[in-house]
Design a protein. Structure first.
Length: 202
C-alpha cells in the first residue's frame, strides 16, 4: 500500500512540474504586447526629402529621445526610398535655432523649435517628430521592457500634420530577456512601416 501511495505521489509531482514548465515556456513564447493607433499612411514619392527632428524625452531615461530619433532615421533609410537628412546636419541646425529662439524669447519663457521652422532651414519637404513617454522596465515578476512613443509627420509646405501615430510595446521578460533598445527598434520599425505608402510612378 505504501509503495502504491509513493507511486501516485511521484506521478502527481511530475505532472505538476511538467505543467509549471509548460506555463513558463508559454509565457516566454507569448511574444510582444503592442498597441498601435495611427492615421492612414501617407503617399510619398521616392526621393522626397525628410528630416527627423530630435524627439522630446518625457521619461526618466536621459537618452530615450535621442535613441528614438536615431532609430527612426535608420528605419527610414532601410525601408523607404526617401532622402533622409544626415543626423549631424539636423542636430547642428536644431541646436542653432534653439539658441537663437532662446536669445529672442522673453525671460522665463520656454523656447521651442517648430518642425516647420527646422524643415524650412534644412530645405526638406517633410519633418518627422515625436516624443517618448515610456522607456524602461516594468518591474515585477518578469521585469518586462516597455516603450511608448508618438510620432507626427509634418508637411513643411503648409505646416500641417499629415500623419500621426501613438504606440506602445511591452516585450518579454524573465527567460527571453528582451532589452529596452531591442523592443524600441521593433516599435519604431513598425511605426515607420505604417507611415509610408511609397508611390511607384504615375
Amino acid at each position: 500500500m505504501k509503495t502504491q501511495t509513493n507511486g501516485r505521489f511521484r506521478m502527481w509531482r511530475n505532472m505538476l512540474a511538467t505543467g509549471a514548465l509548460g506555463l513558463m515556456l508559454a509565457a516566454c513564447a507569448g511574444g510582444d504586447r503592442q498597441i498601435v493607433t495611427a492615421s492612414a499612411p501617407v503617399s510619398l514619392a521616392p526621393g522626397n526629402t525628410i528630416a527627423v527632428m530630435p524627439f522630446d524625452n518625457l521619461t526618466n531615461s536621459e537618452e530615450a529621445g535621442q535613441v528614438a530619433s536615431y532609430l527612426a532615421v535608420s528605419a527610414l533609410r532601410a525601408t523607404t526610398g526617401l532622402a533622409v537628412q544626415p543626423e549631424s546636419n539636423v542636430t547642428q541646425t536644431y541646436d542653432s535655432l534653439a539658441s537663437e529662439n532662446a536669445a529672442t524669447s522673453a525671460v522665463g519663457a520656454h523656447s521651442t523649435v517648430s518642425a516647420r521652422q527646422l524643415g524650412e532651414i534644412l530645405g526638406v519637404q517633410y519633418v518627422l517628430t515625436g516624443s517618448v513617454s515610456e522607456y524602461g522596465y516594468q518591474y515585477g515578476l518578469r521585469e518586462e521592457p516597455s516603450v511608448s512613443m508618438n510620432m507626427r509627420l509634418v508637411d513643411i509646405s503648409d505646416g500641417s500634420i499629415v500623419w500621426t501615430a501613438s504606440s506602445g510595446i511591452v516585450g518579454q521578460g524573465t527567460f527571453a530577456r528582451d532589452s529596452v533598445s531591442i523592443i524600441a527598434q521593433r516599435l519604431v520599425n513598425q511605426m515607420v512601416a505604417n507611415m509610408t505608402r511609397t508611390k511607384t510612378g504615375n
